[in-house]
Design a protein around this ligand. Structure first.
Ligand code: 5GP
Ligand code: MG
Length: 178
């Protein structure tokens, strides 16, 4: 499967992503304007490029932390049970927290991560996803902010992989098998 030949068709350009992130950053800044410090939590590994660009647009006191939750493995199958593979380094009790996800697909990952983080009693907990595939939803979950809604396509680039490759593409592309 992972060795099938494929090509990548551009879906969202690097320029569009950058423009959208500028807008999203303004919204987040307004939402958290009074914060003493915002803990920005990236879900590894797919959000690493997004979080890097997003925090550089935020004119707020920011701390960055990461969480790794299992979802896809190396293939394309979504699994329902979400496990925490790597927990946060810092405490979030009483803190302002923004969870940064690459894609909300079935919704299970973000839903379970948010539930888990809420048990730690943050002061305010919000979430942002670069991409949303609403047609694939299995649980009633939406990020508070979304970069782009996309159709049910398997996408790569801008941090997002296919079998650990293509994370370094500057744009979002869809995988097409040839
Ligand atoms: P959910 O739990 O919402 O079904 O899955 C979310 C996770 O599935 C995302 O964080 C992402 O890692 C993975 N995922 C969903 N759609 C895609 C996709 O099109 N491409 C890749 N590479 N991963 C995806
Ligand atoms: Mg992910």
């Amino acid at each position: 499967m992972t060795h099938d030949p494929y090509v990548i068709d551009e879906m969202i350009s690097a320029k569009s992503i950058a423009a959208r992130i500028e807008d999203l950053a303004k919204t987040i800044q307004t939402e958290f304007k009074d914060t003493d410090k915002l803990v920005v939590v990236g879900l590894l590994r797919g959000s690493f490029v997004f979080i890097a660009d997003l925090v550089r647009e935020l004119d707020l006191p920011v701390e960055v932390d990461f969480l790794e939750a299992s979802s896809y493995g190396d293939g394309m199958e979504s699994s329902r049970e979400v496990r925490i593979l790597k927990d946060l380094r810092g405490q979030i009790e009483g803190r302002d927290v923004l969870v940064v996800e690459d894609i909300v697909d079935t919704g299970h990952t973000l839903h379970q991560v948010i539930d888990m983080l809420n048990t730690r009693h943050p002061r305010k907990l919000k979430s942002i996803a670069l991409l949303d595939k609403p047609s694939r939803r299995e649980v009633d979950m939406r990020a508070d902010w979304t970069g782009f809604e996309i159709p049910d396509e398997f996408v790569v680039g801008y941090g997002i992989d296919y079998a650990q490759r293509n994370r370094n593409l500057p744009f979002i592309g869809k995988v097409r098998f040839t």
